[in-house]
Unconditional design. Structure first.
Length: 346
């Protein structure tokens, strides 16, 4: 029985009990008073459950397995190129499987697995596909109208839709903490055409004009902080561009022992709400290789967990993205299983 049906039935029962109490003898009054009290408890529980369910709907889990923004096969020569390209898709599904099971509504953005030509248009690889999937993601968010979201990606560009949607929902009150080994501040005219390297600049409203106009809003560069940064692109995503844009950053060393530098920066933004982008390549490859990048000297797992929890304790965390999972071993095991007998329809 649904909570609504339970409430209606409880109210009807209370009415009947009240009628009997007023018209019957003493013994019957005592009996029905007991029933009335029991139903009252059930009614209160139903109200509590309804409130809890409504609260859980305020946060959704968005599965956004977009892989087209990455051009990564050259970094993983031991994996077939098509499998490496689509590795982020499998990574998003695995993250969802491994994540705690909650009452949150799970929403998945439809993502095509077709490789196609991987054509570059307007300076972005797979531009047409990314454009359509961006529209699909926005439609999912507008349909569900969440107050908070956790997004399981997918390469880094999955944060673009999430963060600009939340920036529109909470105007001038959102700060970005971008936890990443790379700055992700490329632009379409740079040599590297992967949209995931343009993700932060897209959140700031910089990039292809048509794609930027599709996004709900933008965040000012003064309200974006890169944490764990230690690798810049040879051109485009450079230190010089970061300085020109006015984006602050903190190295892994600067946040290894404390989150105070991050919290102090957040206080200076004046924002009350925070969105966090957690690219798994920020982690130290000496401890774990969870993404594509293997830049040495990254954050330890416990350091990353502490940073995210410290921010969430001090501010209203309205968006969290886990991005760039590249499950190398899972891909190899999948390929092995496909070649074994009795595991395929024949």
């Amino acid at each position: 029985m649904t909570n609504l049906a339970l409430l209606v039935q409880s109210q009807r029962t209370i009415y009947l009990c009240l009628k009997f109490i007023l018209t019957e003898g003493t013994d019957m009054r005592i009996l029905f008073l007991s029933i009335w009290l029991t139903v009252g408890v059930v009614f209160a529980v139903a109200q509590k459950n309804t409130f809890t369910n409504n609260q859980s709907m305020e946060t959704i889990r968005l599965i956004y397995p977009q892989w087209q923004g990455g051009i990564v096969t050259h970094w993983m020569p031991d994996i077939p190129a098509d499998d490496a390209s689509r590795g982020y898709y499998l990574g998003a599904q695995l993250l969802n499987m491994l994540a705690p099971q909650t009452s949150q509504k799970v929403v998945e953005v439809p993502i095509t697995l077709e490789i196609g030509e991987r054509k570059v248009e307007k300076g972005i690889s797979d531009y047409a596909v990314i454009f359509e999937q961006t529209k699909a993601a926005l439609a999912k968010l507008r349909e569900n109208n969440p107050k908070r979201m956790v997004t399981l990606g997918g390469e880094c560009s999955v944060s673009v839709v999430l963060f600009t949607y939340l920036a529109d929902k909470y105007p001038e009150d959102v700060a970005i903490v971008w936890i990443d080994a790379h700055p992700d501040i490329n632009l379409p005219y740079d040599e590297y055409k992967g949209y995931h390297a343009m993700a932060l600049t897209a959140c700031l409203g910089q990039g292809d004009e048509v794609l930027m106009n599709l996004l709900p809003s933008r965040v000012d560069a003064s309200k974006a902080l890169i944490v764990g940064l230690r690798a810049w692109e040879k051109e485009g995503g450079t230190k010089e561009r970061q300085e020109k844009l006015g984006i602050k950053s903190l190295s892994p060393v600067e946040v290894a022992d404390s989150s105070q530098a991050i919290l102090a920066w957040l206080k200076g933004t004046g924002a009350s709400k925070v969105v966090i982008h957690f690219d798994l390549d920020v982690l130290d490859p000496a401890e774990i290789i969870a993404g594509v990048g293997v830049e040495p000297g990254g954050l330890k797992l416990e350091e990353a967990i502490r940073i995210i929890n410290d921010v969430a304790s001090a501010y209203d965390l309205v968006g969290l993205t886990i991005a760039e999972p590249m499950p190398r071993i899972a891909i190899k095991l999948k390929n092995m299983l496909e070649r074994l007998p009795l595991l395929n329809d024949e």
